[in-house]
Design a protein around this ligand. Structure first.
Ligand code: DHB
Length: 315
């Protein structure tokens, strides 16, 4: 009998230990108690919550999500049960999985209040501060594009916030923007960076009906899924180049297979998140992807993902 060596796909995100490097992306099937319980018992390496606000929100009018074979478009408008629900849920739940509380205040001040609340919880592993929500009607600014304000915001946050903080970023399309953002982030004790969020301001069209496919914002919304993988890989690669080595990257964008995960890790991701494809498949996806990744590593004779994080070759 051939003994197969155990393949290690665990991740260590600045001391937060994940049995598997594969988890859900914030926003996907992680809003309600039912969703979160399913994630807890699934083989995802961690649970990330829907980005929350201070007060519960119903979100934008439906239809607000649409998917096709190559991707998805959404303009959800932050439907969530409010931060107290997520903190109470955790308080009551006795489980071992790392738990990332995603927050996305409607204003900077709201983000500070949310972080004050999170600071008091002993149950969250980290906050993932979402600087990239593109879908709030009347608020078009994606904070992650507001380079002038980020430094001040982070400076204020680290005056009082003492728990691990990750930053979820929008995609950037110029190398100099990534350099600039990495330069800012490098000055703060950030625990991780998650990139990328959906590509903002996309449009998908139903050619038969000659209409848009989602109702809010005249049909414009954030694009996710297969289509955005090259942009995710480019952002991961460039952030891996410019961020301090102590800031791990969680890759997100266009993952549908174990091979896609391999590519994210090769570019520099230490762990990955699944969005659109998780909506399509449900929680069984974490098992499938884990198996596909392990199978690929066996074939390539890697015993651990740590052997090839960021080791992409160039000509
Ligand atoms: C929503 C969408 C996002 O891309 C995000 O980062 C946060 C919230 C939403 O529309 O709910």
């Amino acid at each position: 009998m051939i003994m197969k060596k155990k393949i290690d796909i665990s991740a260590n995100i600045n001391g937060i230990k994940l049995a598997s490097c594969i988890m859900n992306a914030s926003g996907v099937l992680c809003t309600t108690e039912v969703d979160l319980n399913k994630l807890i018992v699934s083989s995802s390496g961690a649970v990330v919550t829907k980005s929350c606000t201070l007060k519960p929100r119903k979100g934008n009018l439906e239809p607000r999500y649409f998917e096709w074979n190559m991707g998805s478009i959404n303009s959800m408008g932050l439907p969530n049960l409010g931060i107290d629900f997520y903190l109470d849920f955790l308080e009551k739940k006795n489980h071992q999985k790392p738990f990332f509380l995603s927050i996305s205040g409607l204003t900077i001040e709201e983000n500070y209040i949310l972080l004050h609340k999170a600071n008091l919880s002993s149950h969250i592993s980290a906050v993932e501060l979402n600087l990239s929500c593109p879908n709030i009607i009347g608020k078009d600014q994606v904070l992650g594009y507001d380079f002038n304000n980020i430094s001040k915001i982070l400076e204020n946050i680290f005056k009082f916030y003492k728990k691990p903080l990750g930053i979820k970023l929008p995609p950037y399309f110029e190398n100099k923007h990534i350099q600039k953002m990495a330069f800012i982030l490098n000055k703060y004790p950030i625990s991780f960076v998650t990139c990328i969020n959906s590509l903002p301001n996309g449009l998908f069209i139903d050619i038969n009906k000659e209409t848009v496919v989602i109702q809010p914002k005249m049909g414009f919304g954030g694009i996710g899924g297969k289509t955005i993988k090259p942009f995710a890989l480019a952002n991961i690669r460039q952030f891996y180049t410019y961020l301090r080595k102590e800031i791990p990257i969680i890759g997100c964008g266009g993952i549908c297979s174990g091979e896609d995960i391999f590519e994210h890790i090769l570019c520099g991701a230490s762990a990955v998140q699944i969005g659109t494809q998780f909506i399509k498949e449900g929680v069984s996806i974490f098992d499938r992807l884990r198996k596909e990744l392990v199978h690929l590593l066996q074939k390539k004779k890697y015993t651990s993902i740590n052997r090839f994080i960021g080791k992409l070759n160039v000509f």
